[in-house]
Design a protein. Structure first.
Length: 285
């Protein structure tokens, strides 16, 4: 059974539930396109929604980013993290709410773990933008969320095929749909006008060799995804651990000793992620 790929793409483009705060998001996106926009201008828009402001500040000041209690307002967050990271956090908090509302707890937990692990790897190899890598980790499986929402019957069949054949979810998606969640993620990136440093990891995290514009962030999320799957943190749709592509691994130049450091820090931070995930009855507030 194959679905009409073009029809699904148009449905994704027409979705109004992503992000869940389209008015604010669109306004912020327009401001970010203006080179004369100051952090205070964007902060003023974000701060007009108290719930959103609180969510962003909680994420920023958690162990997730390593600035515990140091960032007191949205303007400060924008200056420290940059516009694209905060834009990604707005999307991530919206996706978080939607995932939990629809019972996708395991997928969100996996995404949170991948973001944590990606940030650890990025810092260990001295990537210049570890916060952006973390946001890419949060959003890397957004295509799975869209498939579950827009194609519920096919999604159930994908889960069945993946379990019965013991294949990865994206392989089952290819078999059932003729395309996979990375393709849907690419459509979402285009809809949201995300920069390449976020769009490439979302689009190519399963096939990092295809990335052309953000190769290192894509390789990081590819490896982070495999490591988080390996320790069983969250549930991305199947229980398998994908093979790490050799070129991606070589590109990161991770020695055996550095890998031990990464795994040790991952374990510590994933405990923090577990607390972050469960705190406040699974809500970011």
């Amino acid at each position: 059974m194959k679905v009409d790929k073009e029809a699904v793409r148009k449905r994704v483009e027409a979705m109004q539930s992503l992000p869940t705060l389209p008015g604010i998001f669109d306004k912020i996106s327009r401001l970010m396109e203006n080179s004369e926009t100051a952090a205070e201008d964007i902060a003023k828009v974000i701060s007009s929604d108290q719930a959103l402001s609180a969510k962003i500040l909680r994420v920023v000041n958690s162990a997730f980013y390593g600035f515990p209690g140091r960032i007191s307002n949205v303007t400060h967050a924008l200056i420290i993290l940059g516009f694209d990271v905060v834009k990604g956090l707005i999307l991530s908090t919206s996706v978080f709410d939607m995932m939990l509302a629809r019972g996708f707890d395991g997928l969100w937990k996996h995404s949170l773990g991948c973001a944590m692990a990606g940030g650890v790897i990025a810092r260990k190899i001295k990537d210049p933008n570890p916060e952006e890598v973390s946001v890419a980790g949060l959003l890397h499986d957004i295509g799975k969320v869209i498939i579950r929402i827009e194609l519920p019957e096919e999604s159930d069949l994908i889960d069945t095929v993946a379990a019965e054949k013991r294949i990865l979810t994206y392989e089952a998606e290819e078999e059932i749909l003729g395309f996979n969640h990375a393709t849907v993620g690419k459509w979402v990136c285009q809809k949201w006008n995300l920069p390449n440093k976020l769009a490439d990891p979302i689009t190519y995290h399963d096939n990092p060799n295809l990335a052309r514009l953000a190769q290192q962030p894509t390789a990081i999320i590819h490896v982070a995804n495999a490591l988080v799957r390996g320790i069983g943190f969250g549930f991305p749709g199947d229980n398998l651990v994908p093979r790490i592509e050799l070129n991606a691994w070589k590109a990161l130049n991770i020695s055996d000793s550095l890998l031990v450091e990464i795994i040790d820090e991952m374990d510590d931070r994933l405990e923090d992620a577990e607390d972050f995930f469960s705190d406040g009855d699974n809500e970011i507030e």
